[in-house]
Design a protein around this ligand. Structure first.
Ligand SMILES: C[S@@+](CC[C@H](N)C(=O)[O-])C[C@H]1O[C@@H](n2cnc3c(N)ncnc32)[C@H](O)[C@@H]1O
Length: 278
């Protein structure tokens, strides 16, 4: 989208602090991202489909026992904890929301994984880690908020060791947004603090600029977008009264995700890359 101001990470942190309880309520597995449906006939719930997208990330990251993954934009900890359980990996997650750090660490402790999974307050634009300190890094739907993707990818490429993988998902523009859909899309960019628009053609250069080699860039929009929007809209219509009371006046909460279901021009990308061994 043209003319949208780059989100400020502090503001993004405040946004996720505000909606922390809503995220806890929305999905018991604490996946704070879109769903992945195998086919149009797949009638999984949003939570089931979101869990499937986490499994896809785990598969692509290829981290084994005791390997250490950096979870960039870790949310309330669902994906990181799941990775540690599924692969025996160690996870350090970063988010700009203090409330998410608290909830994520609480989740890790409740799963008996506090010694292997840790969430910290840090900005992905300026990661507080030494070069080559992780075996892999992923950014599951956090790139959408970054003011500067090139900088974040540069940081991920710096902290991952040679040979390590970088996996991410992102929202991208599959085609220019037509005039009659612009108002609804602009409202989403503005109120949910999305960063500058990106296209699929931007990614090879972004990865190369970060010293990363492309493995896969896959448009998974058909498995993700419209169903997530319809299911999120349905879910929102049935939230408990206390959540409605807490957020009713919030402009971001007032948006209806169902309005985006017809915006096929907005898509969802899965990107897999690695740092070359020199
Ligand atoms: C849509 S949520 C995804 C959360 C999590 N990856 C998941 O899938 O459950 C986006 C996440 O990105 C984080 N984020 C946004 N901007 C960030 C930044 N500059 N640095 C670190 N985290 C950021 C938010 O705090 C939030 O945790």
């Amino acid at each position: 989208m043209q003319g949208i101001k780059a989100p400020d990470p502090t503001e993004v942190g405040g946004f996720y602090d505000r909606f922390a309880q809503f995220s806890v309520m929305a999905d018991p597995a604490a996946n704070l991202h879109f769903g992945y449906w195998d086919s149009p006939d797949d009638d999984s719930s949003l939570a089931e489909a979101a869990a499937r997208l986490t499994e896809i990330m785990i598969d692509k990251a290829r981290v084994g026992t005791d390997r250490h993954l950096l979870d960039v934009g870790c949310g309330i900890g669902g994906p990181g904890v799941r990775l540690a359980q599924a692969a025996g990996a160690r996870v350090t997650g970063v988010t700009v929301s203090q409330e998410q750090v608290r909830l994520g660490n609480q989740r890790a402790a409740e799963a008996g994984l506090a010694d292997r999974v840790r969430f910290e307050l840090a900005d992905a634009m300026d990661l507080p880690y030494e070069a080559d300190s992780f075996d892999a890094a992923w950014a599951l739907e956090s790139m959408i908020h970054m003011p500067d993707r090139a900088r974040v990818l540069g940081e991920m490429g710096r902290v991952v060791r040679p040979g390590g993988r970088v996996v991410l998902t992102d929202i991208f523009e599959r085609a220019p947004i037509p005039e009659h859909k612009r108002a609804v899309v602009e409202a989403y960019y503005r109120e949910t603090l999305l960063g500058p628009a990106v296209t699929v053609d931007d990614y090879p250069g972004l990865l190369r600029g970060a010293g990363l080699m492309v493995d896969e860039i896959i448009d998974i929009s058909e498995n993700v977008m419209a169903k997530t929007m319809r299911e999120a809209s349905r879910q929102k219509a049935t939230v408990p009264a206390e959540i409605e009371e807490m957020h009713g006046d919030d402009p971001a909460y007032q948006l209806d995700p169902g309005d985006l279901a017809e915006v096929w021009e907005l898509g969802y990308l899965l990107v897999v890359a690695h740092r070359p061994v020199r």
